[in-house]
Write a protein that binds this ligand. Structure first.
Ligand SMILES: NC(=O)c1ccc[n+]([C@@H]2O[C@H](COP(=O)([O-])OP(=O)(O)OC[C@H]3O[C@@H](n4cnc5c(N)ncnc54)[C@H](OP(=O)(O)O)[C@@H]3O)[C@@H](O)[C@H]2O)c1
Length: 230
């Protein structure tokens, strides 16, 4: 049975993906920076024996990615769903004072990391696997009309391009790759005023992922499956 792999799985949307995938009986590899501190993942692993493997991954560290892929190969796991969920947002940016490190870190975590991970995992993807890169409407060039969070927006626009390129690169494996926006969700990143809870957002995204057809590969979709302008 192919596994689902979720990055940034210790909290927020990633943790909710793990909960819902386990609840429907799937086998899950949950990655996070510090498995020893991921208490809810440890609890879930105990509650779903043999169904949840928690492994370390810090993005975009190439050694960390290589160790994860080596472990997956050693266990001879196939990945049927890759959720590139881990991401970061630098709060309070103001044009005139945008920090080079904020731009570089955002690109590294939000674009470089998912791209390098998908590239490294490509040989372990099951035939017809799905890859969901969690992006944002803030990365939509076509609908941007404010200067909100430039480092985040630039990095998510780069992730959108990475998604198109991965769709082409993984076509021979018949993988379906999408850029998927979860909506505005109440998490540490989304804040308390967001209209969607993580359970509702993830349930909607799983419906979109489950319904994907080969022709959808390379598209940019909302959590309801509506196309978003690039
Ligand atoms: N919430 C929203 O409204 C919203 C809207 C649009 C898009 N998104 C996207 O949805 C995804 C999940 O967002 P969220 O709201 O759940 O965010 P969150 O609550 O801030 O959680 C972010 C997750 O990413 C992990 N992470 C951050 N940097 C990492 C790195 N360098 N290496 C490995 N893991 C790293 C974090 O791990 P640590 O605990 O170790 O920091 C955490 O598990 C992100 O890609 C985000 O951009 C969210």
């Amino acid at each position: 049975m192919a596994h689902a792999l979720v990055t940034g799985a210790n909290r927020g949307i990633g943790l909710e993906f793990v909960r819902q995938l386990l609840a429907r009986g799937e086998r899950v590899v949950a990655t996070c920076r510090h498995p020893g501190r991921a208490l809810e993942l440890t609890r879930l692993a105990g509650a779903h024996p043999g169904h949840l493997l928690v492994l370390p991954l810090t993005l975009p560290d190439t050694r960390s990615i290589a160790e994860l892929v080596r472990e997956i190969a050693t266990l001879d796991l196939r990945i049927g769903l890759l959720v590139n969920n881990a991401g970061m947002l630098v709060e309070g940016e103001r044009f005139g004072a945008i920090d080079a490190k904020a731009l570089a870190d955002s690109f590294a975590t939000n674009a470089q990391g998912p791209f390098l991970l998908a590239q490294a995992l490509a040989p372990r993807l099951a035939e017809g696997a799905r890859v969901a890169n969690l992006t944002s409407t803030l990365g939509s060039i076509g609908s941007t009309d404010s200067l909100y969070s430039p480092s985040y927006s630039i990095s998510k626009a780069a992730l959108n391009m990475a998604s198109r390129l991965l769709a082409l690169a993984l076509e021979p494996r018949r993988a379906i790759v999408i850029a998927l926006c979860p909506g505005w969700v109440r998490t540490d990143m989304g804040g308390a005023n967001a209209p969607l809870g993580a359970p509702e957002s993830v349930a909607a995204m799983l419906r979109v992922i489950d319904a994907l057809k080969p022709g959808d590969s390379g598209s940019f979709l909302s959590e309801r499956g509506h196309p978003i302008p690039w």
